[in-house]
Design a protein around this ligand. Structure first.
Ligand code: FUL
Length: 475
């Protein structure tokens, strides 16, 4: 369909690390924003809140975990310290923590209780530690604050078991002395790598990329392979004498950019990195709990729509559920989570592809189409190199009502697909197109009005280089 550029070949050399692959397979995990703000009705505390305000009356982390499990969530990231500087654990380097609050008589540790509850309930645990600290006296003093921050990071990375994510927020404002801090990111990263080698460094870190908004919006084409740099204008001019395209592009990567992977966008890239997208959004308008928002919890329908577009659109879903002043998830939020989980479990209970016969327009003789019946990365389907368009046919064991097709690329060998379409066979033997799209990546969930059919056809119309599939599901 298109001429091929060197950049396509370069991009597919880029694959996920083991820690990225593990987090990508979690698909859907939660955020809990909880601190003094919960009790002062704020979104951002200014660091002057007295510790005494932090006083949950019926704190129960198992209640959080049960609600999250009912939705099918696989992990939880807790705001151990937000911008106000209040620590939910008894940090040794500050007095501004739970140890000076009425919670559990000053002997409480929210991070301990939440991480223990996660482990009991089979959820992975991660930490949010805000570099911006509006309480710490040393904030804005360079190395003195980096030392302070690294001691807090060390406490969280050593005392609470294995972490799947260390989530660094980009916010950087003034501290109590009116100064901003220049963060020593490389020092923070090295510390986390040493203490928690399996944790992803998320957002302000190299492993997981912010999707670019907090509203739950997603891209039509989401790529996990991102350019790390572009040729200079002179280099582009020199290259254009031999290249097909003379169009000049000088681009810097912006998290909010819509197009991060078209051939035009990556054409003059000098390198690539695997940077999967994560969509962080809240079940309510705010990140923290406000009783005034009890009537504004997102509907199950909206939450499912976000789930389809993220988990089914090559982005991770990080959904925030803010605990209330009791230290519990509010009843409305709990109900929404349960309804989400029930719908997802019911919809994907029976994979019709398991009893189907799967064939392909071609294969390389080793990686056969039937391999896509098993949802893991042990085996995959692959055509010969150079075959960038293929058709897979899923012959069902009879006529069924079909409304969903799930496609997963074998991302241990990068992300390749650029266009696909799905057809259902009609009673008269002809095919009707029921869905089409662009990128697939970790997973594409195509949903369409139910069709009665005994055969589904998946046309991979174009790929950066030959497509490799690990899984197909039909529901
Ligand atoms: C932002 C913060 O300022 C918000 O309060 C929230 O924590 C969100 C996830 O990240 O940068």
């Amino acid at each position: 369909m298109y001429p091929y550029f060197e950049s396509d070949r370069m991009a597919v050399k880029c694959c996920p690390s083991a820690r990225q692959l593990a987090v990508e397979q979690m698909e859907f995990y939660a955020f809990a924003h909880f601190t003094v703000n919960t009790f002062t009705d704020q979104e951002w505390g200014d660091g002057t809140e007295p510790e005494s305000v932090f006083n949950p009356t019926a704190f129960d982390a198992d209640q959080w975990v049960d609600a999250l499990r009912s939705a099918g969530v696989k992990g939880l990231i807790l705001t151990c310290k937000h911008h106000d500087g209040f620590c939910l654990w008894p940090s040794a380097v500050t007095e501004h923590s739970v140890k000076n609050s009425p919670f559990r008589g000053g002997n409480g540790d929210v991070v301990r209780e939440v991480s223990d509850a996660c482990r009991r309930g089979g959820l992975k645990f991660g930490v949010y530690l805000s570099p911006w600290d509006r309480n710490a006296a040393v904030y804005g003093q360079g190395e003195a604050y980096d030392d302070f921050f690294c001691r807090q990071l060390t406490e969280l990375c050593t005392n609470y078991g294995e972490l799947f994510s260390v989530w660094f927020d980009g916010a950087c404002g003034e501290g109590p002395n009116g100064k901003k801090q220049v963060y020593d990111w490389n020092r923070y990263y090295a510390l986390v790598r040493e203490l928690q080698p399996n944790a992803c460094l998320s957002i302000c870190g190299p492993d997981i990329r912010w999707c670019g908004n907090e509203a739950g919006d997603t891209r039509e084409s989401e790529w996990s392979v991102l350019p790390t740099g572009f040729l200079s204008p002179e280099e582009v001019a020199a290259k254009s004498q031999t290249s097909d395209s003379k169009e000049f592009r000088e681009k810097k990567i912006d998290a909010m950019e819509k197009d991060l992977g078209s051939r035009g966008f990556i054409e003059n890239a000098t390198g690539f990195a695997w940077r999967p997208s994560e969509t962080d959004t809240s079940i309510r308008p705010g990140w923290f709990y406000h009783a005034s928002e009890d009537g504004r919890v997102r509907s199950t329908e909206t939450l499912l729509d976000i789930w389809y577009r993220t988990v089914g659109g090559n982005s991770l879903l990080l959904l925030n559920i803010p605990p209330d002043r009791r230290g519990l998830f509010h009843e409305v939020d709990v109900q929404r989570l349960r309804e989400m989980g029930e719908y997802i479990r019911k919809t994907f209970a029976d994979n019709l592809a398991e009893n189907a016969v799967i064939t392909a327009s071609s294969d390389d003789g080793y990686h056969l189409p039937e391999n896509v019946k098993v949802n893991n990365y042990d085996a995959y389907y692959k055509p010969f190199d150079g075959e960038n368009a293929v058709t897979l046919t899923v012959k069902l064991d009879g006529i069924h009502d079909v409304s969903h097709v799930v496609i997963k690329e074998h991302i241990p060998m990068s992300q390749r697909i650029e266009h696909f379409a799905i057809d259902a066979k009609q009673a008269d033997g002809s095919y009707a197109e029921v869905a089409s799209g662009t990128t697939v990546g970790y997973q594409k969930i195509a949903r369409f009005a139910p069709v009665s059919t005994d055969e589904i056809r998946i046309r991979i119309e174009d790929s950066r280089v030959c497509p490799i599939l690990s899984f197909i599901g039909v529901y």
